[in-house]
Each structure stands twice: as structure tokens, then as C-alpha cells.
Design a protein around this ligand. Structure first.
Ligand SMILES: N[C@@H](CCC(=O)N[C@@H](CS)C(=O)NCC(=O)O)C(=O)O
Length: 221
């Protein structure tokens, strides 16, 4: 690790959005002191954490002298601007727009549908039982990944990774969704390009070290 600002990260072992920040920190040789927010115990909705993020969601990154940063995509952009090497975005405007579009497709249009607060609402007020919740999860993971597969398979900018031949924010987001799907034992068939990119990302330490089951608090960690 290089010497870095004393970041603090509000985190939980298995979350997709926190995984993204851990991968970005690892790629850039940065570290953060983690504060554990137990999502299973509902700590994200406790008075203490709501002062950090009134939305009751992690991650939150505390940078010395500033209010907590929330939203994983904003945190990735902040880390990329303040520690530019290796870059998480391409050098050209069209490339950056494509990478941000892939990342947002997963962070904004896929992942929010399967977070604990949505589960809580649907199972307590929406009449969902376990089977209905599982069907919901499978539907939204499939929708997000099949749309991404179609893009990756047809757009010329796809390379060894989601965009070209270097890791970008798009790969971090893809891996963060795959990590949480594995946790729920959900898979989506017929996504050969995604499968190839995931296998390549898995060869990198930055992703391996961020794996949920390797984090403090994980069962067996
Ligand atoms: N769009 C947010 C999502 C944050 C989020 O929903 N995080 C989940 C964990 S992956 C969470 O803390 N959920 C708590 C809850 O839903 O109660 C981001 O990308 O940071």
C-alpha cells in the first residue's frame, strides 16, 4: 500500500456497493479503515449511521476534513480524480460516456432493485413471500446482465474487458453484481462475453482481495 489519506469506509462484508470501493482502493494501492455496519441487524437504519448517510445505505467514505462521501459511483470518481493511476475511465469523452453508461446500468438500474430496503418493503408491505422475492431478484439480475451482454457482444469498444484492454469502472460494476449474485446463488445463462470478462477480472488481486467472503465479519473469514 502507498501512503494515502486516512480514509474511513463504512462497510459490511457482503455488499455489492462496498465491494466496488474496495476494488478501486486496491487497484490504486490505497487503503481505508473500515467501520462495520451490520445490515442484517439493521444498523444502517440506526440513528448513528443515519447521520453519516440519511439514506441508510453503505458505502460511505470519510475523507479527512469533509462530509462523508456516499454513492459508490461518486466515490469511484472521487478516488479516480484524486489518485489518477491506474485510471478507471478511458481517456476519450466517448469512451468515458460508454463506461459510465455501463456502470450506471448496473448501479442505478439493476442493483437498487435487490437491496435489503426493497426486500424489507416487498416482504412486509408488498405481500411477497420468499419465492416471490427470489423470482424478483432473478428477474432484475437477468434483465441487467442480458442487456449488458447484448451491448458487450455488439459494441466495437468491447475488448478483453468491458471497454478496451484495461480495467475500468464498468468492470468493477460488473464484478460487484456478479459477487452479489453468487451470494444469492443466482446465475444468468447465455452470457459468454460477460463470463469471459469475469474470468479475466478474477485473475487480478484487486478483485480477489475484495471478495465478500474474505472480508472481516464474513462467515468463516
Ligand atoms: N446506489 C448506492 C446503493 C447503496 C446501497 O443500497 N447499499 C446497500 C448495500 S449494497 C445498502 O446499504 N442497503 C441497505 C438497505 O437497503 O437497507 C451506491 O451505489 O452506493
Amino acid at each position: 500500500m502507498t501512503s494515502s489519506p486516512s480514509y474511513e469506509l463504512y462497510a459490511f462484508w457482503r455488499t455489492s456497493a462496498t465491494y466496488r470501493v474496495r476494488v478501486a482502493l486496491n487497484l490504486k494501492g490505497l487503503s481505508a479503515q473500515e467501520h462495520y455496519i451490520d445490515l442484517d441487524a439493521g444498523e444502517q437504519r440506526g440513528e448513528a449511521f443515519l447521520k453519516i448517510n440519511p439514506l441508510g445505505a453503505i458505502p460511505a467514505l470519510v475523507v479527512p476534513g469533509a462530509p462523508p462521501l456516499t454513492q459508490s459511483l461518486a466515490i469511484l470518481e472521487y478516488l479516480d480524480e484524486t489518485t489518477p493511476t491506474p485510471p478507471l475511465l478511458p481517456s476519450d469523452a466517448l469512451g468515458r460516456a460508454r463506461v459510465r453508461s455501463i456502470a450506471a446500468g448496473l448501479a442505478a438500474d439493476t442493483h437498487p432493485l435487490v437491496v435489503p430496503r426493497v426486500k424489507k418493503y416487498l416482504t412486509t408491505k408488498g405481500g411477497f413471500d420468499d419465492a416471490a422475492w427470489r423470482a424478483w431478484q432473478i428477474n432484475w439480475f437477468s434483465t441487467g446482465l442480458q442487456a449488458l451482454e447484448q451491448r458487450l457482444a455488439t459494441e466495437g469498444a468491447t475488448g478483453a474487458y468491458c471497454h478496451g484492454h484495461a480495467i475500468t469502472m464498468a468492470d468493477i460494476l460488473l464484478m460487484s453484481i456478479v459477487a452479489v449474485m453468487r451470494m444469492f446463488k443466482i446465475s444468468v445463462d447465455d452470457t459468454p462475453v460477460i463470463d469471459r470478462i469475469v474470468a479475466l477480472c478474477e485473475t487480478h488481486d484487486a478483485f480477489a482481495k475484495a471478495a465478500p467472503f474474505r472480508q472481516v465479519g464474513a462467515p468463516g473469514a
